[in-house]
Ligand binder design. Structure first.
Ligand SMILES: [Zn+2]
Ligand SMILES: [Zn+2]
Length: 248
């Protein structure tokens, strides 16, 4: 009753383009503009390979050339194009926080596919261990004040809720206000985030699995720096981002 009244007052519309809808969150054109990343991809950083030739599980040339990668694996749900680009802009810069649930659902299916473990009872059923600590790349308090929320933390919260994992909101702290990474080149990005984060004192992370969440993976500089300091404290880190910018 209340539901149908609400439908008359606020007819359901696509959260991305405002097209009228029956029940879905996104309309069909918007749904098909969300491009899901699929294998084959780098087993370390998760970059999708342009060709399906070769073994599905192998490191990319960039990961092979790197000496130390502080995380075990990084994965992303969507290509940072089309619908994902619009969704993340709306979510991050235009205050459309309602997108956290549908975008969280998209991330949850990627989390299950990449980090899930079989339950043992049902071959189709996967779970994420409740021992995993979920956390997000933090914003500097000045930026948090401007925006009012940390979009990555909202996504991390959705994941924690769905898989009954512990959400640690303050595991990482951004101690230096950095220039927005979008303005910078690859090398500049690494310098920009070096020493920008701190791990909260007093947390026992030795041997603990941490799932680090961010909205977009571009060069990986930010998540790598966060993973580096978490690893120094003994944590084992996996990275999940909603989207990934892939240069073609
Ligand atoms: Zn739409
Ligand atoms: Zn790689």
């Amino acid at each position: 009753m209340l539901g149908s009244l609400l439908d008359i007052l606020f007819p359901p519309v696509c959260m991305l383009c405002n097209a009228a809808l029956a029940e879905e969150v996104f309309c069909k054109p918007c749904t098909s503009s969300l491009e899901v990343i699929t294998a084959p991809l780098c087993e370390v950083c998760g970059v999708p390979f342009p060709s399906s030739v070769g073994p599905a599980e192998r490191p990319c040339s960039e990961c092979l050339a790197k000496k130390k990668i502080p995380y075990v694996s990084a994965r992303s749900a969507l290509y940072y194009t089309g619908g994902a680009l619009k969704a993340i802009h709306d979510f991050k810069y235009y205050g459309n926080v309602g997108l956290k649930a549908p975008l969280g659902a998209v991330m949850a299916s990627a989390a299950k596919a990449y980090f899930g473990r079989p339950t043992g009872e049902d071959e189709e059923a996967f779970y994420l261990s409740s021992d995993v600590i979920v956390t997000a790349v933090p914003l500097h308090k000045k930026r948090l004040k401007e925006r009012g929320y940390n979009q990555s933390l909202l996504l991390a919260g959705e994941l924690a809720k769905r898989f009954s994992m512990e959400l640690d909101r303050s595991l990482l702290k951004r101690v230096r206000l950095t220039r927005p990474q979008v303005e910078l080149s690859g090398t500049e990005r690494r310098h920009n985030v070096k020493g920008a984060f701190e791990v909260a004192p007093g947390r026992d992370l030795d041997g603990k699995e941490v799932l680090l969440v961010d909205d977009v993976y571009t060069t990986g500089a930010t998540v790598t720096e966060c993973a580096r300091i978490l690893k120094e404290r003994g944590a084992i880190i996996s990275v999940l981002t909603l989207a990934r910018a892939v240069s073609i």
